[in-house]
Ligand binder design. Structure first.
Ligand code: NAD
Length: 293
């Protein structure tokens, strides 16, 4: 466990160093090692780690949970924390696809009023947006506090209801799924669809590059969960129809960036830890033929 904490701290430190480089190189005279070091040390000194969750929350005003995307695990976790945290403490989940109400129901009625969603975007230090989610039982005071806290962090909050995918994913997931269906039908190749959306719609990356970035498994997991919501009428069924192509790639372990291969093959760039897209799948008909053979 000590090793896990050490790993966590190292990841934060690395991320902070990147932030510091950006922050100080923007100023006159460029970055100085001393300034960057002071900045990262200042943040790191404010971080305490423990493997005792009860102790960690005993005097907290706000808890932001970002554990694995499982309703059961999140509910168990919050149910446990409810008995350990002070009554004043606000609970927030960073869930991308689960309902805040469903998670909050593991807690007392009082806590449900002090429970909302804070959905950050990856990579968090670089992405300004935070979706602040007001569930059915979230009090206005709690919601206002969550908005104020995100502003204090230097982020830009947007107000969301507790609906599947909130704003960003509610639009992005059906869009990416339709792009896959488009390629499956042979209407256009993944490469051409990406080029079209980048140059025609001004998106920084097309839907297939985005799918590789997000993870094909993550997108599949979210849309599988939403199909259950579609059965309950919470989202139109046709928006989350299952894609055989996407499922096939996932079954083959082609998950995108994280596995090195998805719609694009990714290989390490020479002399860098970064990866670059290579061997774009140029012909969706060939791709479909290969996949179904
Ligand atoms: N990855 C993203 O781009 C992203 C963006 C926004 C929001 N989110 C949300 O943030 C949360 C975490 O996402 P992630 O991609 O880091 O997930 P992940 O699957 O990588 O897991 C995150 C952490 O959960 C821990 N964990 C696993 N089981 C646990 C348990 N029983 N108790 C406590 N901790 C446990 C793991 O050790 C891991 O460090 C999810 O709710 C996800 O929807 C993710």
């Amino acid at each position: 466990m000590a090793k896990a904490l050490q790993n966590g701290l190292q990841i934060i430190q690395k991320s902070l160093t990147r932030v510091a480089k950006k922050k100080f190189s923007a100023g006159a005279g460029g970055a100085t090692g001393e300034e960057m070091e002071k900045y990262t040390r200042g943040v790191m000194e404010n971080i305490k780690t423990t493997t005792d969750a009860g102790e960690a929350v005993s005097s907290a005003d706000l808890i932001i949970e970002a554990i694995i995307e499982s309703i059961k695990i999140k509910r168990d976790f919050f149910g446990f924390l409810d008995s350990k945290a002070q009554a004043r403490c606000i609970f927030a989940s960073n869930t991308s696809s689960l309902s805040i109400r469903d998670i909050a129901e593991a807690c007392s009625a009082e806590r449900q009023a002090r429970f909302g969603g804070l959905h950050f975007f990856n990579p968090v230090p670089a992405m300004k947006l935070v979706e602040v989610i007001k569930a059915e039982k979230t009090s206005q005071e709690t919601f206002d506090t969550l908005v104020a806290v995100t502003k204090q962090m230097g982020k830009v909050p947007v107000n969301c209801k507790d609906t599947p995918g909130f704003i960003v994913n509610r639009l992005l997931i059906p869009y990416m799924l339709e792009a896959v269906r488009m390629a499956e039908r042979g209407d256009a190749t993944p490469h051409d669809i990406d080029t079209a959306m980048e140059l025609g719609a001004g998106y920084p990356m097309g839907p297939f590059k985005l799918l590789d970035f997000v993870g094909l498994d993550t997108t599949t997991f979210i849309s599988d969960g939403w199909r259950e919501k579609a059965d309950r009428g919470e989202i139109p069924k046709e928006l989350v129809e299952k894609s055989a192509l996407l499922q096939k790639l996932v079954d083959e372990g082609k998950l995108g960036r994280k596995s090195g291969q998805g719609f694009y093959d990714r290989v390490p760039e020479k002399g860098s830890k970064q990866t670059v897209a290579r061997n774009v799948v140029k012909d969706s008909r060939n791709l479909a033929a290969r996949i179904y053979e």
